[in-house]
Design a protein around this ligand. Structure first.
Ligand code: GLV
Length: 310
């Protein structure tokens, strides 16, 4: 019986996935939602938001792929308990994130937000230029995105550290692990980058207590998930000078409603969740490779550990 791979996400990008499947996995019947064909044949699903009652709709479903890097949009309790879930780990997303975080760090490092404010009042006032080696950058989250970002920042000569739940070893990067090491990591961080997945442990983690551990005047680049940040605590930290700038690519809610206090703060710089996006051609190639791994009984890249939540 032919295997159906069902895609339920942005249909324009879906047509690019279809082309990659046609060329590299022609034996698979690739379909774009809502054109599901025979539901009994659907063994694989790639979705941002999966349809309700998956188990009844697609009784033969064997793997659920997230069409994005995160899986926090899935309601795990509603998914069949044994269904493997796979995050999107593909070179296009990694590249986009490296670009975004690099521009954010360079812009903060070189005082671009301050010059924007000076321009508004026609003020010509050069600020001291610090060498990158004297700027301590810290990345929360040492997964594939965090590590790629750090490799690029190391190239610019920044003093780099990373923090994660479990111990990692990254060349050239001072690695901190676990809750008890968080204060020491924060105390040496001038520019903090959040690249953590959203889990119960990271929800509201960017709060007043965490900000208080940073050196005074530290800066934040938030490219994780909106609910990780306590907005009122950020506003207070910026007003008190504990933090000096924040670049936010994610907010809670999204879109951020017009008139929200985050929009108006002169030291907050917002982009609409565009730091990185799945690139259809490289994503489809990675998924086809994962299907090969799955069929060969090998571990799939990005397989989610449901107990961890990422
Ligand atoms: C975007 O945030 C993604 O998860 O791909």
């Amino acid at each position: 019986m032919t295997t159906t791979f069902l895609y339920k996400s942005d249909p324009v990008r879906g047509r690019q996935w279809a082309e990659v499947f046609r060329q590299h996995a022609p034996e698979i019947d690739f379909r774009i939602w809502p054109d599901v064909g025979d539901p009994q044949r659907v063994r694989f699903l790639a979705a941002w938001e999966p349809p309700a009652d998956l188990a009844t709709q697609f009784p033969q479903l064997e793997v659920l792929f997230s069409s994005g890097a995160g899986v926090d949009q899935f309601d795990f309790a509603a998914l069949p308990p044994a269904l493997p879930v796979v995050r999107m780990v593909e070179p296009g997303i990694v590249r986009g994130m490296v670009e975004y975080v690099t521009q954010a760090v360079l812009s903060l490092h070189r005082d671009i937000p301050a010059y924007r404010r000076q321009q508004q009042t026609g003020e010509w006032r050069p600020l001291p230029v610090r060498p990158a080696a004297e700027r301590r950058v810290g990345v929360l989250g040492l997964g594939s995105l965090g590590q790629a970002v750090l490799a690029q920042l190391l190239d610019f000569g920044f003093d780099c550290a990373g923090w994660s739940r479990s111990q990692h070893v990254v060349e050239g990067v001072q690695c901190f692990a676990g809750q008890e090491a968080l204060p020491a990591f924060l105390a040496r961080t001038d520019i903090l980058i959040c690249l953590l997945p959203l889990t119960d442990a990271t929800r509201r983690m960017l709060n007043a207590t965490l900000f208080a551990h940073l050196p005074q005047g530290a800066m934040l680049v938030h490219v994780g998930r909106g609910p990780q940040l306590v907005s009122d605590d950020l506003l207070a930290a910026l007003d008190s000078g504990q933090l000096s700038e924040a670049m936010l690519d994610v907010t809670d809610p999204e879109p951020l409603p017009a008139g929200h206090a985050l929009w108006k703060h002169p030291r907050i710089h917002i982009t609409p969740h565009i730091a990185s996006m799945t690139q259809p051609l490289s994503a489809a190639a990675v998924v086809i490779d994962n299907l090969r791994r799955f069929n060969a009984g090998e571990p799939m890249i990005g397989l989610v550990d449901r107990t961890r939540g990422y």
